[in-house]
Design a protein around this ligand. Structure first.
Ligand SMILES: NC(=O)c1ccc[n+]([C@@H]2O[C@H](COP(=O)([O-])OP(=O)(O)OC[C@H]3O[C@@H](n4cnc5c(N)ncnc54)[C@H](OP(=O)(O)O)[C@@H]3O)[C@@H](O)[C@H]2O)c1
Length: 287
């Protein structure tokens, strides 16, 4: 009886090691990691690139407008004293994505963290959306993630460490009126995220999706303008309605989304994969 008790205590300690853990401060462990953030000259992508730079990461950025992009990259270099590599191209172009990832790996040695992002699709109802709108939404908001994942996963496998984080939308959980392109196409990203998490967990690669709610960026101004034109309400009324729909009664700040992405990329989220995390002030109505 005494022996059995002793054995079970040993198994308990060996199996779970409760007594071996020592609580450490929440160091994110990101210093010198190589973080690629797509579509990052402004808005959520820029806030995310800045947040990684603030953690001491080397950062790779892209967007179509080269001038705005290089200005954003220079600001980050000066503010955070980290290396930043920035190149202008369209994330819907697979050859350009491939060239960019190769250039990042050649400059920094690898890619540890890849945050996929792109401009949002136009605000339209189903009958107003053209077939070209559907093609472009699939290309930008789904296939661009496929393009990046194909290129970065082999680098991550070699290091047996990696993080892929997709920036999508609250629409992955709850459709938003007049955003049929986002409501439909972003669901495919969630399927991809879960599949990649399942397939590459054994390689130390964690894959998660972050869905912003209404967050104060230029994209939101665009949406407010479209909704104002359709409804006759002024843009301020539209912003106020979005804010009051969230239990926190305000719009999100880009930095709040960025901090969640950085945490998911960190050593502190080492047992989190295949998830969708909403940063929406509680707006999602489900359980
Ligand atoms: N803000 C929100 O409330 C909210 C809510 C839910 C979902 N989202 C989604 O989150 C994503 C980011 O939103 P945001 O608010 O940060 O938008 P944003 O302020 O319009 O910024 C978009 C960024 O992406 C770049 N970009 C756009 N299309 C690109 C392309 N084809 N190739 C490369 N770069 C591209 C833009 O630069 P260039 O124009 O120079 O390329 C810019 O840097 C979007 O998909 C949006 O739909 C946003």
């Amino acid at each position: 009886m005494g022996q059995a008790k002793a054995r079970s205590a040993t198994i308990y300690n060996a199996g779970f090691g409760f007594h071996l853990f020592r609580v450490q401060p929440m160091d994110l462990g990101l210093k010198n990691r190589i973080a690629l953030v797509a579509a990052s000259s402004q808005g959520l992508g820029l806030a995310t690139a800045e947040a990684f730079a603030a953690e001491g990461c080397r950062v790779a950025m892209c967007a179509r407008n080269e001038q705005t992009l290089q200005a954003a990259a220079e600001k980050i270099r000066k503010q955070h004293n980290v290396e930043v590599f920035a190149e202008g191209f369209d994330v819907g172009d697979p050859a350009a994505v491939s060239r960019f990832v190769a250039a990042v790996a050649s400059k920094f040695g690898s890619v540890d963290i890849c945050v996929t992002n792109a401009g949002g699709p136009p605000a339209k109802g189903f009958l107003a959306a053209t077939l070209d709108d559907w093609q472009r939404a699939i290309e930008l908001n789904f296939l661009s993630t496929v393009y990046f994942a194909r290129e970065v996963i082999p680098h991550m496998q070699r290091k047996h460490w990696g993080r892929i984080i997709t920036i999508t939308s609250i629409t992955t959980k709850q459709p938003v009126a007049d955003l049929v392109l986002s409501n439909a196409v972003r669901a495919a990203v969630v399927g991809l995220v879960k599949s990649l998490a399942n397939e590459f967990g054994k390689d130390g690669i964690l894959v998660n999706n972050v869905g912003p709610g209404f967050t104060a960026t230029d994209r939101l101004k665009e949406l407010a303008k479209a909704r104002s034109a359709a409804s006759g309400k002024n843009e301020q009324e539209i912003f106020d309605a979005w804010a009051s729909d969230a239990p926190l009664k305000r719009l999100g700040e880009p930095r709040e989304l960025a901090d969640t992405v950085v945490w998911l990329a960190s050593e502190r989220a080492s047992y989190v994969t295949g998830q969708t995390v909403l940063v929406d002030g509680g707006m999602y109505k489900g359980l």
